[in-house]
Design a protein around this ligand. Structure first.
Ligand code: UDP
Length: 477
């Protein structure tokens, strides 16, 4: 048998140090390596250590012979929490401290193409230009939110922004091409709001807008989405950004690409320890009877909100599997940050509370009937692939846009945005699990079929990945 041909391209993949970013970009790295491109995945030391502890990534280079890892320090002291409200500080810190380190790696490693997280837009563009390495941006958010970020200056020009206050939140935003009259002010990215949610990490709106506009300098942009999911926006985006590769859903793509190769081995990209006991618990539950509840890796909630969710879930009489991370309760002055013991105890009758789960597996489990989610893009697209209807409680950033898509564009769930009330939780859970179950399941199933078609042989995302690889090889010469 002939050995597989390796490519002369050497791609450096550089994600922001955060779970959702690392997750999708590591999926891309594996797909590229599967096609024998040389890939170096650059993490911060902190993230790499956590991946090594919880995700067994050290086994990956043995499975993907052209994949390697490199690390740089994030510039923060060891004891920095890097979570909750302070979870974006490593991102800012890498921007400040990372430049010489990244320059060094690009030069010494003879990188021929940089695939940088769009959030590192300016830093990566400047270096790529200085060294003469072609650059591609990868966006871990959906195309619709990216387009909304891009359009923000024009919303100021047309006086649709700023949002003036609470009384202004239901005003319709009419002028975003491809999303006309879809978003209300409350559905805009959280950075457009006059007030931040409690514990919300702080990123100035100007930073978001300027980093988004940096993508105009990149040779191409890659999205973890698929054409059928965001078609109207993508057609507008393609006019401004002529070289777009929609290659998602990446986690599903991996399965359809190499069902018998290295890929079939389970690999998670978690920086938290997965509690596998939830799978046995799910096995013992009836078909589609469980509400899976998770608000991702960054969201924090107050103890009061936690109680509202809990009461709503318990009063709905549904079974539930709830991810409560150890750092999820928002710190308050002198307040207890632990989950109240009576909640843990009271959950046992019909639910299970765990610290972190293998989410993709959980969502595809036959016992799961709905996903109560914060609508991070990864969670949203994972739910779409699994055909699981959603109950959305967006927290910050792109999540407000995503939950509007779920409820009003795709109609695969309900959006409880800005409300945290036990009665609303109970009613929405009952609507999605019982009263409007068939309606939501049907739309979710249709979308899931489209998602899978897009990444199957001959589907647009499948072909776009081939095109992306050809493009990388071309610009690497
Ligand atoms: N996730 C997981 N286990 C959990 C909770 C989340 O594996 O218990 C994964 C989830 O599958 C997703 C990622 O963590 O891929 C979270 O990314 P997302 O974009 O949804 O939200 P973020 O954490 O960035 O807010």
């Amino acid at each position: 048998m002939k050995p597989p041909q390796t490519s002369s391209a050497h791609v450096l993949i550089f994600p922001c140090p955060a779970q959702g970013h690392v997750n999708s970009m590591l999926n891309l790295a594996q797909l590229l390596a599967l096609r024998n491109l040389h890939v170096t995945f650059l993490n911060t030391e902190h993230i790499h250590n956590r991946l090594t502890r919880f995700a067994d990534i050290e086994s990956l280079p043995a499975r993907y012979h052209t994949l390697r890892f490199k690390t740089i320090p994030d510039g923060l002291p060891e004891e920095h929490p890097r979570s909750g409200e302070r979870s974006v500080e490593p991102l800012h810190s890498v921007k400040v401290h990372g430049k010489p380190l990244l320059r060094d790696i690009l030069v010494k490693e003879k990188v021929t193409c940089l695939v940088a997280d769009g959030f590192f837009g300016k830093l990566a563009n400047d270096l790529a230009e200085e060294i003469g390495v072609p650059i591609i941006h990868f966006r871990t958010i959906g195309a619709s939110c990216f387009w909304t970020y891009f359009w923000i200056p024009y919303l100021f020009d047309s006086n649709e922004l700023p949002v003036t206050g609470e009384e202004d939140m239901d005003r319709i935003i009419s002028t975003i091409p491809g999303m006309e009259n879809l978003l209300r002010c409350r559905d805009l990215p959280s950075f457009c709001r006059p007030n931040r949610a409690k514990g919300e990490p702080f990123i100035p709106l100007e930073t978001i807008v300027s980093e988004t506009h940096q993508t105009l300098r990149a040779r191409a942009v890659v999205f973890n989405t698929f054409d059928d999911l965001e078609a109207p926006v993508l057609s507008h985006l393609r006019r401004r950004f002529p070289t777009i590769f929609t290659v998602g859903p990446l986690h599903q793509h991996r399965e359809s690409r190499a069902p018998t190769a290295a890929n079939t081995m389970k690999s998670n990209n978690s920086i938290w320890e997965e509690d596998m006991s939830c799978m046995a618990w799910l096995d013992s539950q009836p078909f589609r009877s469980v509400v899976y509840v998770s608000f991702g890796s960054v969201t924090t909630v107050t103890r009061e909100s936690l109680l509202e969710f809990w009461c709503g879930l318990v009063n709905s009489k549904m079974r539930f599997l709830w991810v409560v991370r150890s750092d999820m309760i928002a710190a308050g002055e002198g307040k207890d940050e632990s989950v109240p013991a009576e909640l843990v105890e009271g959950t046992k009758e019909r639910g299970l509370m765990v610290g972190w789960v293998p989410q993709v597996e959980v969502l595809s489990h036959k016992s799961v009937g709905a996903f109560m989610t914060h609508c991070g893009w990864n969670s949203t697209i994972e739910s779409v692939v699994a055909g699981v209807p959603m109950i959305c409680w967006p927290y910050f950033a792109d999540q407000q846009v995503n939950s509007r898509l779920v409820s009003d564009s795709w109609k695969v769930g309900l959006d409880m945005k800005d409300v945290c009330d036990r009665n609303v939780v109970e009613n929405m859970v009952n609507d999605v699990m019982v009263n409007r179950k068939e309606e939501f399941l049907q739309s979710a199933e249709k979308l899931a079929i489209l998602a899978r078609k897009n990444v199957s042989e001959g589907g647009p995302s499948y072909d776009n990945l081939d095109r992306l690889i050809e493009f990388i090889e071309l610009i690497s010469q």
